[in-house]
Design a protein around this ligand. Structure first.
Ligand code: HEM
Ligand SMILES: *[C@@H]1O[C@H](CO)[C@@H](O)[C@H](O)[C@H]1NC(C)=O
Ligand SMILES: *[C@@H]1O[C@H](CO)[C@@H](O)[C@H](O)[C@H]1NC(C)=O
Ligand SMILES: *[C@@H]1O[C@H](CO)[C@@H](O)[C@H](O)[C@H]1NC(C)=O
Ligand SMILES: *[C@@H]1O[C@H](CO)[C@@H](O)[C@H](O)[C@H]1NC(C)=O
Ligand SMILES: *[C@@H]1O[C@H](CO)[C@@H](O)[C@H](O)[C@H]1NC(C)=O
Ligand SMILES: *[C@@H]1O[C@H](CO)[C@@H](O)[C@H](O)[C@H]1NC(C)=O
Ligand SMILES: *[C@@H]1O[C@H](CO)[C@@H](O)[C@H](O)[C@H]1NC(C)=O
Ligand SMILES: *[C@@H]1O[C@H](CO)[C@@H](O)[C@H](O)[C@H]1NC(C)=O
Ligand SMILES: *[C@@H]1O[C@H](CO)[C@@H](O)[C@H](O)[C@H]1NC(C)=O
Length: 526
């Protein structure tokens, strides 16, 4: 039987490896942006909390940093993993008070982290993906290596079984704990060193390890793991090997809690020596171990492929019907580009009646990633920041492509598909700010959706994102908007809510972007 199955597995692996990420793909688009747009225009809103790397949510001179909190949070969330039965792992169970209350999770770093991580959570980015992204952003922005990122983590519905190692436990327990998490003894040494290049131990949660320090630049009494505790580097290993380390888990006054000392020395210092001797070995080892740490998820969770930046990426695309005019909003991101007036960027579009159009795009802004290692240039197709193209509604828009410095960019002939089968109509209105109103959806004649509905993003009782669908009844007789679109309407009690719209067309569900804050519904005519 095994022999029969093997070719099938190879075929699957081949398919997985060659399946390219084609835009649009709402979840991948969102994850890719969160992962790569780290600074500047359209930047991930979390990045600002680790730029600069000494930033701490609750003020300066505490000795603490968000970056250290975020990395420790990702590890503690993952550290419940049991490789034998596939339970635990990085699933945001650390957000539960019951888990944070355990002595193995001493300190307020987890609450602090979840406050910020929440900014990123959406229908496409789970709490668990956001925790993983937080750790990645902290590491990449603060001198660390690039980390291969996959998305698709799911949020646990309840706390996991305990399982985070504690400093007073002996070496054998630590080896066993990391084995349960899926890491060998050598990998344990690596992962602890990679994590402990950031931050340190605070007096408050660990009064038996760290004394009050009486230092006005370290008001939360943090004894740091190395002399460069805000950034990623191999000083954690160099200082350990040279015997100059002040790491409170190596030279702490109570040897029982010197867990780093036992772990680092557990292979006769071989691993730590290799780190001390080579920043590159340390960085590449940590890149692998961090990625594995972030990818340790409960069995059954299917992660995406490693997400690479799309070289040419339309962003924040939105279509709105305004009378006879179809407005196409959005921007274009060109990866690995700088602001150079010599660049020539043209957008082409195809409509539904065999026509094409084009416009020369204008450079707008820059963004960057990975501590400035990569830059991207943003282009708009009109002079405003939220650039908008005015198109004839009857012609509509089927797909975009681009010519960048003379080279056609059309996703190998697929184009960048635009969904103009249904969209918000500017005839939507509100009655009495902000209590009620009517949402009008323009539906393209001939598209014949089986359903059109509002989508509302809320959280369930355990903080997981839920998308609720509110069906819009088909109109009893067509409400003509223009030569190509008619209207489906629904009365809502709070038109200012972030509603999206969705439609099921030929068995496939599509979602529009949410109503932007820049859309103000006019008053309904009385
Ligand atoms: C045997 C394993 C480990 C033990 C016993 C241990 C123990 C500790 C302790 C006691 C603290 C102080 C926490 C505080 O005062 O807020 C700490 C901090 C930290 N740990 Fe670990 N740790 C272990 C493994 C790891 C791993 C594998 C990582 C990540 C890969 C990691 C990342 C961190 C970070 C970033 C901090 C600094 C937190 C801050 O400064 O806010 N630790 N660890
Ligand atoms: C891991 O799971 C296995 C199988 O359910 C169980 O026997 C074992 O006790 C678990 N390990 C820990 C440390 O909980
Ligand atoms: C966590 O601890 C706090 C303070 O001791 C307590 O008020 C709270 O009820 C605990 N929560 C859970 C879920 O155990
Ligand atoms: C704390 O430091 C200040 C000034 O550096 C000193 O005057 C004071 O005595 C110190 N307090 C303790 C408890 O060490
Ligand atoms: C050292 O730490 C252990 C574990 O926290 C504790 O039981 C012991 O009392 C401590 N020893 C001293 C001398 O403080
Ligand atoms: C590892 O290195 C430290 C620091 O130089 C040293 O104190 C310790 O004895 C070494 N351990 C082993 C097992 O060689
Ligand atoms: C970025 O573009 C430059 C040329 O402009 C090229 O040499 C380099 O390989 C590109 N890097 C990446 C990561 O694509
Ligand atoms: C852009 O459109 C004009 C006519 O509007 C046409 O002459 C020109 O060839 C088009 N350019 C491209 C690159 O398609
Ligand atoms: C650009 O925007 C202006 C209004 O701001 C509009 O009149 C013009 O038609 C737009 N250009 C295109 C190509 O849509
Ligand atoms: C919305 O409410 C208005 C005023 O009550 C009503 O006339 C209209 O029929 C309602 N529309 C729908 C689609 O329910």
């Amino acid at each position: 039987m095994k022999m029969v199955h093997r070719p099938a597995l190879y075929a699957l692996a081949f398919l997985a490896a060659t399946r390219a990420y084609v835009w649009p793909s709402p979840q991948l688009d969102a994850l890719e942006s969160a992962r790569f747009d780290q600074s500047g225009f359209n930047a991930n809103p979390m990045s600002g909390f680790v730029q600069p790397c000494n930033f701490f949510l609750f003020g300066p001179n505490t000795g603490r940093s968000d970056a250290a909190d975020w990395i420790r949070t990702a590890y503690h969330d993952m550290a419940t993993y049991n490789i034998t039965d596939g339970t635990g792992g990085l699933d945001a169970s650390i957000r539960f008070a019951e888990e944070q209350n355990r002595t193995e999770n001493a300190g307020d770093g987890f609450t602090n982290t979840m406050i910020i991580v929440n900014i990123l959570v959406s229908r496409y980015i789970s709490n668990a993906d956001a925790i993983a992204l937080a750790a990645l952003l902290a590491i990449e922005n603060c001198g660390g290596p690039e980390i291969a990122f996959r998305g698709g983590r799911l949020d646990a519905a309840e706390p996991n079984a305990p399982g985070v190692p504690e400093p007073e436990q002996d070496l054998d327990s630590h080896i066993a704990a990391f084995a349960r998490q899926g890491f060998t003894q050598t990998e344990m040494i690596g992962l602890v060193a990679c994590g402990h290049t950031f931050g340190g131990v605070q007096h408050d949660p660990f009064p038996d390890i760290v004394n009050v320090l009486n230092d006005t630049t370290d008001t939360e009494d943090v004894a740091h793991f190395d002399s460069t505790f805000l950034t990623f580097d191999n000083n954690i290993a160099k200082e350990y090997i040279s015997g100059t380390t002040q790491n409170p888990l190596v030279v702490g006054f109570n040897d029982t809690t010197n867990s780093d000392k036992r772990i680092f020395g557990s292979d006769g210092n071989t691993t730590m020596l290799s780190f001390a001797n080579s920043p590159d070995v340390f960085a590449s080892t940590c890149a692998d171990l961090f990625a594995r740490m972030l990818d340790t998820v409960p069995s059954g969770v299917q992660l995406t492929d490693v997400i690479s930046p799309l070289p040419v990426k339309p962003s924040n695309i939105e279509v709105i019907m305004d009378g006879d005019t179809l407005q196409l909003w959005g921007q274009l991101r060109l990866w690995n580009m700088t602001d150079d007036p010599a660049h020539n960027v043209i957008m082409l579009w195809q409509d539904h009646i065999g026509g094409t159009g084009n416009a020369t795009l204008t450079f707008s802004s820059l963004s960057s990633s990975t501590g400035g290692k990569y830059s991207a240039a943003w282009y708009v197709w009109n002079t405003t920041e939220f650039s908008v193209l005015y198109l004839d509604a009857a012609a509509g828009v089927k797909s975009l492509s681009f010519i960048v410095d003379g080279e056609l960019q059309d996703q190998s002939g697929l184009g960048f598909a635009i969904q103009d089968g249904f969209m918000f109509s500017s005839t939507s209105c509100q009655v009495e700010t902000p209590f009620s109103g009517r949402i009008d959806v323009a539906v393209r004649n001939g598209v014949n959706p089986t359903r059109v509905y509002l989508e509302q993003t809320t959280t369930d009782s355990v903080g997981r994102i839920v998308v609720t669908e509110i069906d819009i009844s088909p109109p009893s007789q067509p409400v003509i908007l223009n030569s190509a679109y008619s209207i489906w309407s629904i009365n809502v009690t709070d038109p200012t809510r972030p509603y999206g719209i969705g439609a099921e067309i030929e068995g496939v569900k599509y979602s529009s972007a949410e109503v932007h804050s820049f859309i103000v519904f006019p008053l309904c005519p009385t």
